[in-house]
Design a protein around this ligand. Structure first.
Ligand SMILES: [Zn+2]
Ligand SMILES: [Zn+2]
Length: 341
């Protein structure tokens, strides 16, 4: 396994340089502690759910309650909680293994080599050697939150069963959560008519519902926020689409207006230099020449100035604005220029 190899590498490291010992950074140990605490709580939650649901199931069968939807909810939640319990138990177990911790710390470059005479039994490096010790509490919390998620992803992949159980548990948690919300919101206990048999299962929906909500709250809030924002985003996109179209049309109209000043070159027909200052070529008879509105002296080959206006909206000589501003991106594609109005 990967972990084993990295563990050995780490020992090699020590032998190569006998004067230092690898220690965890403050950031890594904080993220690791948070992860273990979180997983431990989730484990306890599921243990509580399994015990209480099992007691309820026994009571239901003793009271001859029969099976309604709500009782099936208790049964399925209980079975599902067993998978989650195994998952969190495994994650907690993996996260306590020193070899896995070291592997992760190396993986995320959260190892500091501490001189052997400064080493303590504590797995975290003394602050003087640790760059993450300089972080403010807020920065440290933020980074630890992110690292916690990365650690989770790595630890989940430590075993195939864990990996698939993680996918299964996360998916079924959402299913159970929706099912639970249905009982909390719709509160269908009046329709069953057997209040006594449904009393404890109903209480259980509130407990398990809040456990699941807390566990996934950040995702649920994010999803709710996205749902609320969606209409605004759509309206913004529609407005942008229209303004872009309008801008493009304005640009094409401005270009078309300029084209009205196009003439066929004849000697002495133009003031100033009798050459195009873009290509530096003297005009020949019957060349298409465009005079810009900024000055009678500012004239160019029609092809030269057309190419210029695809990347610039100003006169090449005096920099006067010829097209509405910020239109260059819209005019990047030459075929748009040819579009008839
Ligand atoms: Zn030219
Ligand atoms: Zn000009």
């Amino acid at each position: 396994m990967d972990v084993q190899q990295d563990g050995e590498q780490n020992i090699d490291y020590n032998e190569n340089d006998g004067n230092t010992v690898p220690k965890f950074t403050k950031l890594f140990s904080k993220a690791m502690d948070q992860f273990r605490l979180r997983v431990f709580f989730l484990f306890l939650e599921r243990l509580y759910i399994i015990i209480s649901m099992s007691i309820i199931l026994v009571l239901l069968s003793l009271q001859d309650c029969g099976w309604n939807d709500l009782h099936y909810w208790v049964l399925f939640s209980n079975i599902q909680a067993v998978f989650s319990l195994i998952l969190y138990g495994q994650l907690f177990n993996f996260s306590n293994k020193e070899s896995i911790q070291q592997h992760l710390a190396f993986h995320y470059v959260q190892i500091v080599f501490v001189p052997i005479n400064e080493v303590t039994d504590h797995p975290v490096a003394p602050e003087v050697f640790d760059p993450t010790a300089n972080l403010t509490t807020m920065e440290l919390d933020k980074k630890a939150d992110v690292m916690q998620l990365q650690i989770r992803q790595e630890i989940v992949n430590q075993s195939k069963f864990c990996k698939y159980n993680n996918i299964f548990s996360n998916a079924t948690n959402q299913g159970i959560f929706i099912w639970t919300i249905y009982y909390i919101v719709a509160n269908p206990n009046t329709s069953t008519g057997s209040g006594e048999c449904d009393k404890w299962p109903i209480i259980q929906t509130y407990i398990y519902g809040s456990f699941l909500f807390l566990q996934y709250s950040q995702y649920y809030l994010l999803a709710a926020l996205a749902l609320v924002m969606l209409p605004f985003i759509l309206v913004y996109l529609i407005i942008r689409c229209f303004t872009d179209r309008r801008k493009k049309q304005q640009a094409l109209m401005a270009l078309n207006d300029l084209q009205k000043n196009k003439i066929l070159y004849k000697p002495n027909i133009l003031e100033g230099d009798q050459e195009c200052s873009i290509c530096m070529q003297p005009y020949q008879s019957d060349d298409e020449v465009l005079r810009l509105p900024c000055s009678t002296l500012h004239h160019f080959h029609n092809t030269c100035i057309s190419a210029w206006l695809q990347i610039q909206s100003t006169c090449p000589n005096c920099r006067q604005q010829l097209l509405p501003d910020n239109l260059q991106p819209l005019l990047q594609q030459p075929q748009q220029l040819q579009e008839p109005l």
